[in-house]
Design a protein around this ligand. Sequence first.
Ligand code: GLA
Length: 508
Amino acid sequence: MILRNIAVLLLGALLPLGGAPALGPSNGVAGTWTFSGAPPFPGLRMMQIGVKAGKATGTLTTEWYGPMPMHDLRIQGKVASFGIQNGNPRLPMKTWMATLQGKHQMQVVGDIWEEHVDLVARRGTARDAARLRFQVQPLPALAKLPSDGLAPTPPMGWSSWNRFAEKIDDPTVRRMADLMVSTGLRDAGYVYVNIDDGWQGQRDARGVLQPNPKFPDMKALAAYVHSQGLKLGLYSSPGPRSCAGFEGSYGHVETDAQTWASWGIDYVKYDLCSGEGIFRTPVELQAAYLAMGQALRRTGRPIVYSLCQYGRDRVGRWGRDVGGHLWRTTGDITDEYATMARLGFDRNGDSADAGPGGWNDPDMLEVGNGGMTPEEYRTHMSLWAISAAPLLMGHDLQAMTPETFALLANPEVIAIDQDPKGIQGRCVRKEGAIEIWSRPLADGSVALALFNRGEVEAAVRFEAADAGLAEFLSLRDVWAHRSWETSTATATLRPHGVLFLRARGPHR
Ligand code: GLA
């Protein structure tokens, strides 16, 4: 960040200080160029190009990503071409072109994320440059926050995003809270009611973020949710904008944490979104998450802190240090088997990082949303439970079938997820489409899940050694609630199916 600030200052020094801009070796391309009426994404404010000793540098300043450095800036005739990257390591650099039209206009064309930009910028003055400058915020030095004892087992609850996205509102949240109580889901362990992206409105004159009109009174909503024996969660971003384009916490971290605490918020999901263009190095990224971790601690309110930056920079290694109780390890889940399986089987974090107080989060549940078969949803739940994953339901409780309830509220499956030892299970054997996962539990028994990721039925032989046991004394099918004594173990698994067991026997 410091280096980048210096670069921005240097660039400022290279730019003409108002009045008639010098033309010279930059062919008139150098200077400050301002945009007006640019579309909200990425919210182009200005372009700055400077040339010194034949070397050109520049930035594009946007609402979403702040000042974005131009890469490989070349000026040929009236055209400047440069690379722009929004900080997402998976997106390629895109080439942009700025073409001088007359002396005081530039046509700027390029792509960013899924947006094609084709805009005219006008020559600006030093005063414009000062007015449009992005206020870069200081970050704390890296530090380790001590454990606060929250989330001794993976958090359980419901989140609005998977089913309602931006369409969430106060009455729906209340209905979901009511249904969590009346259906028995609260008593099964699901206590957080989390409002994801889409509650944010504008900041008032003092910079306090107000909810949008769909949430007329957040404090009253929190009181209602608490009166039901539940807890309320909210969502924000360390960047200027959330992923759905709402106001983020950039520059308002302390105020936002204080505001949420004053409303009675119990859980905050902090989603990188536009911050990926601002916190580009691992240190900046950690510091941005630490800033909110520290601010939440300073409120004095116990608030579960959920990091969401899609698993970048080995977040499991530092998630706890910044105050996180869970951290997303993956991109977004969708309601289909292939994505769920990719995240749960292949992309979830290192089991060594998880344990009481800090959990790998392969994303929220899709159970009950209709895009997978009952067998696939059983695999989804079993995989999340053996992985000690947070269980955040993502369906519409108003339309819940008894089958969905049975999948979500099975006490034996939940007991494995919530096992107090908090060891994340892992794959111990793979044969073709078959994966055997094992998880040691607090009472000495072992959760063993046999998964068939293939498209055809498969027979599988498994052994006590898969569970770290010398022999099986008993096996219990936790979905069927049926136990048997056995020494041999074979199973037939349906396509995308699972056999989920609790095994007992002497340890090896
Ligand atoms: C990102 C997150 C999702 C959800 C949306 C909201 O994509 O990964 O879980 O919070 O943002 O916009």
